[in-house]
Design a protein around this ligand. Structure first.
Ligand code: PGA
Length: 243
């Protein structure tokens, strides 16, 4: 079974959350992870059987952090996973490796699995430097974690140029490209840290490409943005991945 993680970003209003939960109710939800806007986490907790995840966490476990959400608070919401280092946050909130290390440590202390996102931008891809870039993103974080903390991670490979494109064939990587980078990530973590980790793919995963993506044996699951707020899309993806 693949690991299906929906990253609902800031897409939904409350009425749309209610509609999403209503229209995606099935046995399959018990095995799918949804990372809602933190405002709606409690609503998901009370009204759905999804496994819950956070979209971000504070680097420090302190009360004096206006606007932040701590790992302890996420744990209280029964979150089992939390996304760390999403490319939108790396770009917009200027999150660097040091901050990601802090976030992962706080999550580890609270028994929450970090989904650490890595992925290259368009320019890096065009220079054929994807592996160097992704390798550095990983090492910069993993070198500052204990072996136990590393072993608790899930990695999400999300090429930045493939995110939120709607998934036209020309803007998602080929299966071969994804398999190549995912294998590289797994080998690097295995060789350097002697740990074997799950690696997800993310970037315009949808109902049209999910069956093709499922052919990549190296990929352990998906981090899904846009398609995770559309009930029909998400139902279809859950059917193809979770049964
Ligand atoms: P997308 O987003 O599926 O809309 O491309 C993925 C993500 O940003 O995690």
């Amino acid at each position: 079974m693949k690991l299906v993680v929906g990253n609902q970003k800031a897409y939904l209003q409350k009425s749309e959350v209610i509609n999403f939960i209503e229209k995606t109710k099935s046995e399959l939800c018990k095995n799918a992870v949804i990372c809602p806007s933190s405002l709606y986490m409690e609503y998901f907790k009370e009204n759905s059987s999804y496994i819950l995840g956070g979209q971000n966490v504070a680097m420090l476990d302190t009360g004096t952090a206006t606007g932040e959400i701590t790992a302890k608070q996420l744990k209280e919401m029964n979150a089992k996973y939390t996304i760390v280092g999403h490319s939108e946050r790396r770009a917009n909130q200027k999150e660097d490796s040091e901050m990601l290390v802090g976030k992962i440590k706080r999550l580890y202390e609270n028994e929450i699995t970090s989904i650490l996102c890595v992925g290259e931008g368009r320019e890096v891809k065009e220079q054929d430097s994807t592996k160097d870039f992704v390798g550095k993103q990983l090492i910069d974080v993993l070198d500052n974690l204990t072996k136990e903390e590393i072993a608790s991670l899930v990695i999400a490979y999300e090429p930045v140029w493939a995110i939120s494109t709607g998934g036209a064939p020309s803007v998602t990587p080929t299966n071969e490209e994804i398999a190549d980078v995912v294998s590289y990530i797994k080998d690097l973590v295995n060789d350097k840290y002697e740990v074997s980790l799950k690696v997800l793919y993310g970037g315009s995963v949808n109902s049209k490409n999910i069956e093709t993506l499922n052919e990549i044996t190296q990929v352990d699951g998906y981090l899904i943005g846009g398609a995770s707020v559309k009930p029909d899309e998400f139902n279809y993806i859950m059917e193809k991945c979770l049964q």
